[in-house]
Design a protein around this ligand. Structure first.
Ligand code: AMP
Length: 583
């Protein structure tokens, strides 16, 4: 098939914003494509050469492309760069530059889809010594024979910015319309959701028709598109809709699909990219935890403060994307734990069609928990009060809410439906003010903090009862020198047992007489069954807690403990937060 035919269609597709029109244009194109080339066409239309999970990606540096364009057209690199700055799209630059090229190729050989794919594929695959030169040759080889419009799409593809505006689901529609009927799109979509590989789906459809798609099943080391949740506003509504259901903590981290088998462990993100290298700690954890030969399990990876054991904001996970060195540093500073909530494959058995309760039971049998790999906390209930209390505990540990799951629900790959319903806290206003809290206890440090304190137990002042009630464990924001000096600095206030004016449910390693006041900034105020400040004020059994607290570095030596932030002030801050979110 000539590449020119392909780019003719791309030009028309690019010019429309209507999905139906796009589908029709794609369908016409697919119909003209030989069966053995359809997979390659589908990948190129997605702007890639392979499905994402394989990790074979285009994305040539713009600088290199500029060099090749200069060679191919006789322009200087500066001229090409100037054009690029003006147009902002290297594809358009290529189109113009090729149209005006000073050196015409000696012979003209029309490009085929196969040739374009072959060269792009090799560009994506080549690495190591000498690969730059090889990539340049391969691209130059294409541009030498490309028409201006062809050059536009080749360059866009090679720099990883195809921007055709065709969604995967539009390709699904067009494949159904080409090889079956529009009514069959559900079968095509299912095959895509399970395989995450539209090229493969197209190839099977073209060669074997709809029957071919039946062969598409769950496969080890090939990610399945994640099942997603709908949202509802109250727990009451959720329980009304699902009846007795499973409530699980909603962890605020990164979704991870782990494929474990004879060839080792591979981890995939929700966007189906392989992220194994970012989480050597999880790979080790899974190795130790998994009791079977093969399986696919799913969960959320959350960074944990090694000192307080509490969760950290999930952004600390995303910093793992760096070089190997960074990953190692981050791994020590912010270890992650994986909270597993589903099991999709066990040995050869595809469990996606089994009910949730069965998958959960299988998950719990297939692994033995360790520090890195744990099971998502859950509770089966139809009771609203119980659900609300459970929600509070989820927030307290640093979760962002609950996910309710229908007990008999199957795993619907790629689907967002009401089988899983998320319920998040209804406010997310940041705490804009710092608070001044009193040190009432400390927990012994571990690892890097052995010999000093890992975290301090902090309290607010309840002026009605003249006592100090806890609101958080504070472990962040201390520099090394401060940390080292902490035991000495706090020693004068140390007590063997809980001081009379301290109200705490937690039992720290060391108690302190309320005396030292520190300035603390938190992310927000949540309800907590663990802390005692404002207990029962908003909800029975729950007090206020400060989420993600951080020492600002300021010792409030000017303040006595009774000058600290009061429980009453924290309550006002909590109420204000709610108002911000719900005008
Ligand atoms: P959202 O991104 O707000 O739509 O919430 C859905 C995401 O929550 C999922 O993709 C998971 O990454 C995450 N999540 C956290 N805990 C759970 C859980 N127990 N069950 C399912 N998803 C969870």
């Amino acid at each position: 098939m000539l590449y020119t035919k392909v780019v003719e269609a791309y030009e028309k597709i690019e010019a429309t914003t209507k999905r139906l029109e796009m589908t029709d244009l794609l369908t016409q194109l697919f119909k003209q494509t030989p069966k053995d080339e359809i997979d390659r066409l589908v990948y190129l239309t997605q702007g890639k050469v392979h499905p994402d999970y394989m990790g074979i990606e285009l994305g040539l540096a713009e600088k290199l492309v500029i060099r090749v364009l200069a060679q191919a057209t006789g322009l200087s690199e500066d001229e090409v760069t100037a054009l690029w700055k003006k147009k902002g799209d290297l594809g358009l630059v290529a189109q113009d530059a090729i149209a005006a090229r000073r050196q015409k190729p000696l012979e003209s050989k029309p490009l085929t889809l196969a040739k374009v794919y072959e060269n792009l594929d090799e560009i994506a695959r080549s690495g190591g010594a000498g690969s730059q030169e090889r990539k340049i040759t391969l691209l130059a080889d294409l541009l030498a024979f490309a028409t201006p419009v062809e050059a536009k799409y080749i360059v866009r593809t090679v720099v990883g910015k195809m921007r055709l505006g065709v969604a995967d689901m539009t390709i699904v529609d067009a494949l159904a319309a080409t090889f079956a009927t529009k009514q069959d799109r559900a079968a095509v979509e299912r095959a895509y959701n399970v395989s995450s590989d539209l090229g493969e789906v197209a190839r099977l459809l073209a060669s074997e028709g709809l029957a071919g798609l039946k062969k598409v099943g769950l496969k080890l080391y090939r990610p399945i598109r994640a099942m997603l949740c709908e949202r509802m506003e109250t727990l009451e509504e959720i329980l009304k809709r699902l009846g007795k259901c499973a409530l699980e903590y909603k962890y605020d981290g990164l979704r991870v699909q782990a494929h474990i088998g004879p060839k080792g462990i591979k981890l995939f993100s929700r966007h189906l990219e392989e992220i194994t290298d970012q989480f050597p700690d999880l790979v080790d954890g899974l190795k130790g935890a998994f009791r079977r030969g093969a399986g696919i399990v799913e969960g959320e990876a959350v960074p944990v403060d090694p000192n307080t054991g509490e969760f950290l904001p999930f952004q600390t996970v995303s910093r793992r994307r760096g070089r190997k060195y960074d990953v190692e540093v981050m791994m020590k500073e912010y270890p992650v734990s994986l909270f597993l909530f589903d099991c999709l494959l066990e040995e050869d058995e595809d469990l996606t069609g089994r009910p949730y309760v069965e998958r959960r039971a299988r998950l719990h049998k297939a692994l033995k928990e360790n520090e890195r790999v744990r099971f998502a906390t859950y509770r089966d209930t139809d009771d609203v009060k119980e659900a609300e209390a459970f929600f509070d505990t989820a927030l307290q540990i640093g979760g962002e809410g609950l996910v309710a799951k229908a007990l008999n629900s199957t795993y619907e790959a790629g689907a967002r439906g009401y089988q899983w319903i998320k319920f998040k806290r209804d406010y997310a206003a940041a705490m804009s003010d710092t608070v001044d809290l009193v040190v009432v206890g400390a927990f012994a440090g571990r690892g890097k903090r052995a010999g000093t304190y890992g975290a301090l137990l902090m309290a607010a002042y309840d002026k009605d009862d003249d006592v100090f009630r806890t609101v958080c464990k504070l472990g962040s924001g201390f520099d090394d020198a401060t940390l080292e000096a902490l035991p000495k600095r706090l020693a004068p206030h140390r007590r063997d047992r809980k001081p009379a004016r301290v109200d705490s449910k937690l039992e720290p390693d060391v108690w302190f007489e309320p005396a030292v006041v520190l300035e603390v900034l938190g992310a927000e105020i949540t309800l907590s069954p663990v802390h005692t400040a404002g207990q029962d004020l908003v909800r029975p059994g729950a007090g206020f807690a400060i989420r993600f607290p951080r020492f600002t570095g300021k010792w409030r030596e000017d303040k006595g403990p009774e000058d600290a932030t009061t429980v009453q002030e924290i309550r006002e801050m909590y109420d204000r937060q709610k108002k911000v979110a719900k005008p």
